[in-house]
Structure formats: structure tokens, C-alpha cells
Design a binder for this molecule. Structure first.
Ligand code: NAD
Length: 368
């Protein structure tokens, strides 16, 4: 096994002095592999995000793209060639249960429209392979719970594609919050949105997406409030605004504002929308200071600063770090600082269910 110094030299990491992350764990994650074992991953759903993940995985040290699952033969052909994927590791949505007999694939990354996350993740688990599933993990909490139970029963990991949980500046802000640098944090603001294009895409079809902006982008503010404050909310209130009822049909939310209350007395005030660009900001305020991030959850580089000045760290493609870290979770039993397991995904689904209920009823919804 190589030493830490050899690894730094090999990885060209001579610029450690250029970062100012006092709370970071000396690059313990993807930079210092515990062993050489690599997580062999098949991607299911070769769309725009699947393509981004595949590209990012080319720089991974602990994870490797070795297979594909797709309903489009021409995509399989081009991915086989581009990523040197053997024919025996290529499946479609009808036959992918046979992956159980393939010893060369450890995990399947489900990157399909939201409504397919549950059925496909459960089939992957039943085939005995670890599941990595995109956010939102399912259409609602009941489905998410079924996924958690199925993966437990099959004895496989279920990880949700929360790439921000491994992003250096995000982790630094979170570690400073946990260390008390901002004092008692009593307010979080999360703004998440973009202008959605093609009106015919699956994101605007309730049966495929499960909702609208909240399922797709608002989930970042839900999830961000939880990791930035380090608490679980006990109530939510929410209001919906719709300016285009043709594009955003019944059950597909265009814009939702929502508030969450936390046991410490902290409150979160958030906006989720499909009708504004440049809306990607987190603000955390405490009795002794603040942290601000903008952009806060886009593909980066993330920008973060506090009342003490900017936070600096090298930008690494989020999905590269995510897959190297997830490989260590699955292969080495590494515990991430912010969890990415099925229960973590399920907490967001419970809150999103409550937000939709609050919109529907106009009532404050209590969370257990
Ligand atoms: P996309 O439309 O670009 O790709 C979806 C893929 O699923 C396509 O290849 C499509 O052919 C395939 N598919 C299989 N069955 C389908 C069906 N019945 N209907 C439509 N498509 C079908 O979407 P995307 O942007 O790649 O999003 C996929 C998932 O990834 C979503 O759950 C989304 O929330 C998630 N995502 C996550 C991030 C992130 O940063 N973590 C970013 C983008 C998307």
C-alpha cells in the first residue's frame, strides 16, 4: 500500500496549503484509498445526468463504470465503445434481473425518471446488487420506506445521490456550524430554482415526476436546511403560487414557499421554483456569525463565505468525489460526515409529503 506522501505526490496534490479548511478531515476521503478494491458500477438510465456521472467517473480512483442498463440499443452501443464496456455487462429494462448472475458488477446507479426509482431499485436489490439511487429517492415516503425495507432484506446498501454531502466547502460550513463557530444557528434560508424548458418533458408529468419543482430542485433546500442546521424539523407550513397552469398542470408545482421549524427554535424559510434562474443560495445565521453559499447546490464551483471571510477549496467534479466516497462506504464501511443512506433520503420524502399536505390543506403540518 502506498504511503500518504506517495499518494499526495502521485495525485499531484502539492497545493494543500492553498486551501483553508480548518475543520476538514485532512483529505481522508477519496484522496487516500484504504485499499485498491474498486466498486464496479452499472448505470441505469443513460440520459443527461447518467451521462454526467459516467464522464465524472472516468476520474474516480475507487469506482469504475463497467456496465449499462438502457432501453435504447443505440445508446448502449455508443457507451460500450466510449467506456470500453463488455457486451456481457449490458442489459435492458426487461432482462436486467439477470444481473444477479454477473459477478463483475457490484452496484447499479439508478438515474431514471423519479417514478421508476422504486420499482427498479427494488429489482436491483433483489438481484443482490448494491443500489445507488438518484434524488428524490421515490415519489413519496411510503415508496421510500419500501425501498429501504427491500434493500435491508436483500442485505445490500441503498445510497441516495446526494452529491453535496461530499462537497468540500459545504462540509466545511457544516463542520464549522457543528463546532459552534456561528453560535446558536436560528435561521436558514434556502432558495432553489431554475426555469424549466421543454413543456413535454417527464419532469412536468406527475405520473413520472411525482410533482414539480419541489421534487426536483426544492429538495435541495429541504435537505440543505437539515444538514446546515444539524436538526430534524418538527413542523412545516407551505404555500403554492402558479403563474402558468397550462405548463404546470394539476399536481405539478411551479413555485412553493415553505417554512420549517426545528426543536432548537431555529426556523427555515425556503423557495422552490421552476420559474426563476440564478436561484441557488443558502444562508445560515447564528448568534455569533453567518455562512452564505451561492451557488450552493449547482454543479459548481460552489462559493461560500462566512462573517470571517471566504472559504476556499479546490473544485472537484462533484460526481467524481461522490462515487469515490460511495465506493468507500460500500467497500470499506466508511461513515460519511453527512449520511447518504436510504433513511436519509426517506427523511426528505417525509418532509416533502408534509409540504404537499400543507399546500393542500393550508394547515401547519406536524412531523413526528
Ligand atoms: P433525462 O430525461 O435526461 O434521462 C432519463 C433517462 O431515463 C433517459 O435516458 C430515458 O431514456 C430513461 N428512461 C427510462 N425509462 C423512461 C421512461 N419511462 N420515461 C422517460 N425516460 C425513461 O433525466 P435526467 O436529468 O438524467 O434525470 C434522471 C434522474 O436523475 C432524476 O431522478 C433526476 O432527479 C436525477 N438528477 C439528479 C441530479 C443531481 O445533481 N443529483 C441532476 C439531474 C438529475
Amino acid at each position: 500500500m502506498q504511503t500518504r506522501r506517495q499518494f499526495i505526490q502521485k495525485a499531484g496534490l502539492t497545493t494543500l496549503a492553498a486551501v483553508n479548511l480548518p475543520f476538514a478531515e485532512s483529505f481522508s476521503g477519496s484522496v487516500f484509498p484504504k485499499e485498491d478494491k474498486v466498486l464496479r458500477v452499472a448505470i441505469m438510465g443513460l440520459g443527461s445526468y447518467g451521462t454526467r456521472v459516467a464522464e465524472a467517473m472516468q476520474d474516480c480512483k475507487r469506482a469504475k463504470l463497467v456496465g449499462v442498463i438502457s432501453g435504447t440499443p443505440s445508446k448502449i452501443e455508443s457507451w460500450k465503445e466510449k467506456y470500453d464496456i463488455p457486451a456481457k455487462n449490458c442489459y435492458n429494462y426487461e432482462n436486467f434481473d439477470q444481473i444477479k448472475d454477473n459477478p463483475d458488477i457490484d452496484a447499479v446507479y439508478v438515474i431514471t425518471p423519479n417514478s421508476l426509482h422504486k420499482p427498479y431499485s427494488i429489482r436491483v436489490a433483489q438481484a443482490g446488487k448494491h443500489v445507488i439511487c438518484e434524488k428524490p429517492m421515490a415519489l413519496n415516503a411510503a415508496e421510500g420506506k419500501e425501498m429501504v425495507d427491500a434493500c435491508k432484506k436483500a442485505g445490500v446498501h441503498l445510497l441516495i445521490g446526494y452529491r453535496m454531502h461530499f462537497e468540500a466547502k459545504t462540509l466545511e460550513v457544516v463542520k464549522r456550524q457543528r463546532a459552534g463557530q456561528f453560535g446558536k444557528t436560528l435561521f436558514f434560508q434556502g432558495l432553489s430554482g431554475f426555469i424549466i424548458g421543454d413543456p413535454n418533458q417527464w419532469r412536468l408529468k406527475k405520473e413520472l415526476s411525482g410533482g414539480g419543482s419541489m421534487m426536483d430542485i426544492g429538495i435541495y433546500s429541504v435537505n440543505g436546511a437539515r444538514y446546515m442546521l444539524g436538526e430534524e424539523p418538527t413542523w412545516v407550513t407551505a404555500q403554492e403560487v402558479k403563474t402558468d397552469p397550462v405548463k404546470f398542470k394539476e399536481g405539478v408545482d411551479e413555485t412553493i414557499t415553505f417554512q420549517m421549524g426545528f426543536p432548537s427554535g431555529a426556523v427555515a424559510s425556503c423557495l422552490s421554483t421552476y420559474s426563476l434562474n440564478n436561484l441557488d443560495k443558502f444562508f445560515l445565521n447564528g448568534t455569533k456569525g453567518f455562512a452564505e453559499m451561492q451557488p450552493s447546490t449547482g454543479y459548481g464551483p460552489i462559493q461560500a463565505w462566512t462573517n470571517q471571510g471566504p472559504i476556499e477549496a479546490e473544485h472537484i467534479t462533484h460526481q467524481t468525489t461522490q462515487m469515490d466516497e460511495m465506493a468507500q462506504i460500500i467497500l470499506d464501511g466508511k461513515k460519511p460526515f453527512i449520511p447518504v443512506d436510504g433513511e436519509e433520503g426517506l427523511r426528505d420524502m417525509v418532509i416533502i409529503d408534509a409540504i404537499y399536505e400543507a399546500v393542500r390543506t393550508g394547515e401547519k403540518v406536524k412531523l413526528a
